[in-house]
Design a protein around this ligand. Structure first.
Ligand SMILES: [Zn+2]
Length: 355
């Protein structure tokens, strides 16, 4: 765990980032450059094991590493304990997390608590957890992310990622675009409650959002270059969080809205989809250009209404009201405005999220 109360600023950054077609083949050279020896533990879901995990295991064995595999079905607190116990017993030198957001998060938390490095091998691009030092566990008392550790390396193979449903890609775009309002909240917290604000980390998150918006057409036509743009944006967001030492540059009230939706509903949209919708409403509250966020998401085919998210109108309103209450220490515009149900309803209606 990283101590943030000290009088110096600590940044933990990935050492190697490899993005592109067929990058999985580069596992042996990454292992060599990083000087990996002894045992590696590979954790994956059943799908991600078939997609990439099996191949990584054989590549590592070819590199003369001893390989231990743990396949995880769901990703709960129980699974987390299973991984930590396996690390304690098997004593690997490094942990490979192969899969979507939940697997990567589990790898991050368990490796961090057991003091071994982890390597992130994402098989989807639905959110920015692939490179960040933060992670969340489903079913824990905290619905939002906690500080764990940054990956030692990220190996993102677009050939594998392209096999995931396109909806994951669009969700990733929503997560990146939502940084437009996350950064506004961070700045507000700096101005009004004197919170630490890092201009460099904020700029990096903003630039990622702008690049995805500028390249929206690549996502409309489902072009492979889009995957590359998105991956680089998600990794830059992860690095922004590493530089800030918190999720601040990438997670504001639009993320609180997404967490609130999940807290009150078992049926909901994907993380990035919800953050995108949240970002439209938060930009409106800032009297900023919410239309650009809405229009870009719409153009990409991302949800922009409660109905498209698969939730009831009233749930969007309730979630917006609840969002300002779930994390009092994270000051945002929702904490400043302290909106009641009627004001939340007005916001959702004015932005076309509900009708
Ligand atoms: Zn996010």
């Amino acid at each position: 765990m990283i101590a943030l109360t000290l009088n110096y600023h600590y940044m933990q950054l990935p050492r190697e980032v490899i993005v592109g077609n067929g990058t999985l083949e580069r596992v042996p050279e990454v292992a060599r450059r990083l000087g990996l020896k002894g045992k590696a533990l590979v954790i994956a879901g059943s799908k991600s094991y078939d997609l990439a995990g099996r191949k990584i295991c054989s590549l590592l064995e070819e590199s003369e590493l001893e390989v231990d595999v743990l396949q995880i079905k769901a990703m709960s607190i129980k699974d987390m304990i299973t991984i930590e116990e396996r690390i304690e017993k098997s004593k690997p030198q490094v942990l490979f997390g192969v899969g979507g957001g939940a697997i990567i998060d589990a790898a991050k938390i368990s490796s961090g608590s057991q003091n071994i490095p982890f390597i992130s091998v994402p098989t989807t691009v639905s959110h920015d957890g692939i490179a960040s030092p933060l992670a969340s566990i489903k079913g824990s008392e905290k619905p939002y992310s906690i500080l764990a550790q940054a990956p030692l390396a990220i190996i993102a193979d677009t050939e594998i990622i392209a096999q995931a449903p396109w909806r994951f890609v669009i969700s990733g775009c929503g997560d990146v675009i939502s940084k437009l309002t996350a950064v506004k909240d961070w700045k507000l917290a700096y101005q009004e409650v004197n919170e630490y604000y890092g201009g460099y980390a904020a700029s990096l998150a903003l630039m990622s959002a702008k690049l995805v918006i500028e390249n929206a057409e690549l996502f409309v036509y489902r072009r492979d270059e889009g995957l590359r743009v998105l991956l680089e944006a998600l990794i830059s967001c992860g690095v922004a969080m590493s530089i800030a030492g918190s999720s601040r540059p990438c997670s504001g009230s639009e993320h609180l809205f997404s967490h609130a939706l999940e807290m009150q509903n078992s049926h909901h949209g994907m993380h990035g989809e919800q953050c995108g919708v949240g970002s439209i409403m938060i930009a409106y509250l800032y009297k900023a250009n919410w239309q650009t966020i809405r229009n870009t998401l719409k153009q990409m085919g991302a949800p922009i209404t409660a109905n498209e998210l698969g939730v009831k109108d009233v749930d969007v309103v309730k979630a917006l009201e609840l969002a300002g209450k779930i994390r009092p220490e994270r000051y945002t515009i929702l904490h400043k405005l302290n909106l009641n149900f009627e004001a939340c309803e007005k916001t959702a209606r004015a932005t076309g999220i509900i009708n």
